[in-house]
Structure formats: structure tokens, C-alpha cells
Design a protein around this ligand. Sequence first.
Ligand SMILES: NC(=O)c1ccc[n+]([C@@H]2O[C@H](COP(=O)([O-])OP(=O)(O)OC[C@H]3O[C@@H](n4cnc5c(N)ncnc54)[C@H](OP(=O)(O)O)[C@@H]3O)[C@@H](O)[C@H]2O)c1
Length: 324
Amino acid sequence: MKAIVQDRYGPADVLALRDTDRPAAGPGKVLVEVRAAGVDPGVWIFMTGRPYLVRMAIGLRRPTPAVRGRDLAGVVAAVGDGVTGFRPGDEVYGCGESGSYAEFAVARADRLAPKPANLTFAQAAAVPVSAMTALRAVRDAGEVGAGQRVLVIGAGGGVGSFAVQLAKARGAHVTGVCSGAKAGLVRGLGADEVIDRAKDRFDRGPVRYDVIIETAGDHPLATLRRALTPRGILAIVGGSYDRGGLLGGFSRQMFRAPLLSLFVGQRLRSVGAREDAADLRELTALIEAGAVTPAVERTYPLADAPAALRALGHRPAGKLVVTL
Ligand SMILES: NC(=O)c1ccc[n+]([C@@H]2O[C@H](COP(=O)([O-])OP(=O)(O)OC[C@H]3O[C@@H](n4cnc5c(N)ncnc54)[C@H](OP(=O)(O)O)[C@@H]3O)[C@@H](O)[C@H]2O)c1
């Protein structure tokens, strides 16, 4: 089968379209004929092996698996022993295990869900990692409820574009922070107010937010806390993932925020990574109800996956997707 593979860590130039062996569905796993695969910073981190700590998990010299891509949407080709929830021919979406920039990918059955009926494969592939992360930020870490004032930083990005819609779906008053070029997109996603980050600072106005969801910017904790109510919640999704070093920009969310949270009234939380079919099904219900729609800026054919990874560095509006 054709797949985008790499033999060493590095920039998008290390990716190559090659013939590789088709993976097999082992026990509890599903073989999916991939129709579309999402592009997100997690793929970039696995490609570059930066921050370096990630190499402890996926390989010191080269990443395993060699095929890139995580999110997928496609059609079930075969199921392994013990899989009861899926049959060949089912349309599914979720997170692959063997690399989804490929004609076929294997996924754990508990990382897949039926594809939302009202989405194309390309739209569905934009959902899993980004929207599950946004769901955990809004529902779990942020505990967003009706009537709350919520600030989403990076509102025009992959996670932020879902966070805006999920917070609106819970009845919050949402303000999005983004560059001016994305203001129209963010308003269209349902944001009540938009702050153009080149012109205004969210911590300088009179408004204090009950919840801040930070997906970008690496703002100092003091800046973020200044914009929060005294008992407000900060949910840190991520920051600069391309900074290098052992931890990149992650030390703030992994160590400093949780530690400081022990001593202040505000709750400063990190949004952890988790892939879970129950979360996917919750998203499916919201998508099919029309409350959430993926914002896909552009699709790329499989051979152009390296171009998609390069484009990710230029801050796309919403999501990029590789199609097969
Ligand atoms: N915790 C987890 O499980 C998890 C899961 C997925 C992603 N992440 C992390 O979350 C972060 C965001 O991921 P993503 O997929 O949303 O990335 P993305 O699609 O690149 O979106 C980030 C957005 O932030 C905006 N931005 C950039 N610099 C900014 C700044 N200084 N201030 C405010 N906004 C800024 C960018 O647009 P404009 O500059 O045009 O406004 C962009 O739209 C990454 O660090 C990623 O590694 C974490």
C-alpha cells in the first residue's frame, strides 16, 4: 500500500511516499481503509522528534511506527478477534495506531466510533484529536457551564475552533482571541466577541473570565490570572510545540501551573491527552445535532502530506486534512 513514511526525525522533507506492507488487524483491532486523515501538531511532534522527551516514548533514532498520521476517517476493511462493534463496510472515524497517512491503517476498536452521518470523510478526519482535546478542555478541565464568560485563546486554530463551538453548546458567553484574518471564521463558529490579538490585549480590558482555555501563545501565568475571576479556571491545552529542548513549551502546563494552583484561589489546570471512543460518540451527537461543525481550511492529496505539515507552521484557519 502507499503510505507517508520517515526513516529519521526532521522537518517535513524527511517524509516520503512509499510502498509499505499493509498492516493486519490483530485482536481487538480494526483495519480501516483510510479516506482522509487529519493534520495536527501531534503529527509534527512525532515527525520532528521535538520536544526531545517524545523520543523516549516513540524511539531514540526514528519514530515507531514509521508511517505518520493519527486521525482518520474511512471504511472498515476487516476486524480482529474479539471486535463486536464494527463490521466490514462500516464508516468510522477516530485515532489510528499504525499511521493514518496510508491507504490502510489499524486502530484499536475502543478508539473508533461511527462517522457522523452529516460529515464528509475529510470533515470527519478533522475531528478526533483536536475536538477530543477541546472537549476535555471545555467539559472536564474548564467545567464550562451556562452563562459563564469563557475566553478561548487561539480560537481560529485546530483545538480552539472546536473549543469555541463546544463552549457555546454549553450556553457560555464566548470571546475568541485570534489574528484579524481569522476573526470572521471565529465569529462564524459562534463566538460572541472576538479580540484581534494584534490590536488588543485580553488582560487589559475590564472583563474577567470564569474560564480561560489557552491553546496558544505561552502567556505568562500572571497575564492569564489577571484576566480570570478570583475563582476562575485556566485550562492549558498547549503552547509552542516547536520550541525544541527537552520539554519544549510544556513545562509551564506540566509543572508550574499545577504547582501554583495549590496556593491560589484560581484553578490552573493542564489538559491531558486521551483518546476515547465515548468522547468521540459525544462529539458525534453534537455534530449530528448541528452544534459543532469542523472548520477545514484545506485538503491535500496523500502525496502532498509534507506540504500539509509545512502549512501547519503557517497557522491555518481551522484544520488541514490529507485525503486519499
Ligand atoms: N493537551 C493535548 O492533549 C493536546 C492535544 C492537541 C493539541 N495540543 C496542543 O495544543 C496547541 C494547539 O494545537 P492546535 O491544533 O489548535 O494548533 P493550531 O491549529 O496551530 O492553532 C493554534 C492557533 O493559535 C494561534 N496563535 C498562534 N500564536 C498565538 C499567540 N501568541 N497568541 C494567541 N494565539 C496564537 C494561531 O492563529 P493566529 O496566530 O492566526 O491567531 C493558531 O490558529 C499545540 O501546542 C498542540 O501541541 C495539546
